[in-house]
Design a protein around this ligand. Structure first.
Ligand SMILES: Cc1cc2nc3c(=O)[nH]c(=O)nc-3n(C[C@H](O)[C@H](O)[C@H](O)COP(=O)(O)OP(=O)(O)OC[C@H]3O[C@@H](n4cnc5c(N)ncnc54)[C@H](O)[C@@H]3O)c2cc1C
Length: 226
């Protein structure tokens, strides 16, 4: 079958690859001059299966209310007289109940686990090199309350089969000695050994180099926000 894939981000290129492997004649079309120049370029570059908590969770509505009007808020809602936006907001709120959140976390972990395995298999098959690291992801906390609030989520991830260890400040510094100079500020952390990271601006061979303004930078270490 002849197939046209619209968009050459991670989803479009991966879909095209697997369609082609199944014997289809695939053409990928993009409005940009090269592949992966929009969202898939320079994102956080974390393959973070063990942090699968969705944005829609019981704590989200209060947080969104507090963030209203703050342009640098992690989740910014701008009121508009548009039905589609309000419908989205109502659907988002519906997903914030404890039972929907628990259901969604299970689904996300399952799809993330599958996705990571597929990525690893694709890497082995194609030799794709994007400066990836398989050293896990370390989060550290400087706020005791935030650290304590992270513990139930970490336990839930472990119950679902993820490797997410809540660790002491000393353990954080043992894993990443570069943090020794701020040891006294660190109250704890979590380490997800099977998660992966990469360099956000690396391009696979033959792909275009970075656009002038990357969307974000990445780091395999980041301070977590609750
Ligand atoms: C700041 C940030 C950090 C992130 N960090 C992470 C992370 O650490 N780990 C992670 O797993 N995910 C992360 N994500 C999410 C991840 O980047 C996206 O889920 C993923 O890149 C989406 O891929 P996509 O192929 O669906 O979309 P895109 O990469 O945006 O691809 C869509 C393509 O379609 C093309 N297109 C759109 N409209 C048209 C049109 N009309 N005609 C022709 N072409 C068109 C675009 O040019 C683009 O190339 C992050 C996202 C952001 C914004």
């Amino acid at each position: 079958m002849k197939v046209i894939v619209l968009g050459s981000g991670i989803i479009g290129t991966a879909s095209a690859w697997f369609l082609n492997k199944s014997g289809h004649d695939v053409t990928v079309i993009d409005r940009q001059p090269g592949a992966a120049q929009e969202t898939s370029f320079a994102n956080g570059c974390q393959i973070s299966v063990s942090h699968a908590e969705p944005w829609a969770n019981p704590a989200a509505p209060m947080k969104v209310l507090k963030w209203l009007g703050k342009e640098d808020a992690p989740l910014l809602y701008r009121f508009r007289p548009e039905w589609l936006q309000w419908r989205w907001a109502i659907n988002f709120l519906r997903e914030c109940t404890p039972s929907r959140t628990a259901y969604n976390i299970r689904q996300i972990v399952a799809i993330c686990e599958y996705s990571r395995q597929t990525l690893q298999a694709l890497r082995a098959e194609t030799g794709l090199d994007y400066d990836h690291l398989t050293r896990g992801i370390l989060h550290f906390y400087t706020d005791k309350k935030e650290f304590e609030e992270s513990l139930p989520a970490a336990k839930l991830m472990c119950d679902l089969g993820c490797q997410r260890d809540s660790i002491s400040a000393d353990e954080v510094v043992r894993i990443e000695p570069a943090l020794a100079s701020i040891r006294d500020k660190i109250v704890g952390g979590d380490f997800t050994a099977s998660d992966e990271s990469a360099t956000s601006t690396s391009s696979p061979p033959g792909w275009p180099k970075k656009p002038k303004k990357p969307a974000s930078s990445s780091s395999s270490i980041r301070r977590s926000r609750a």
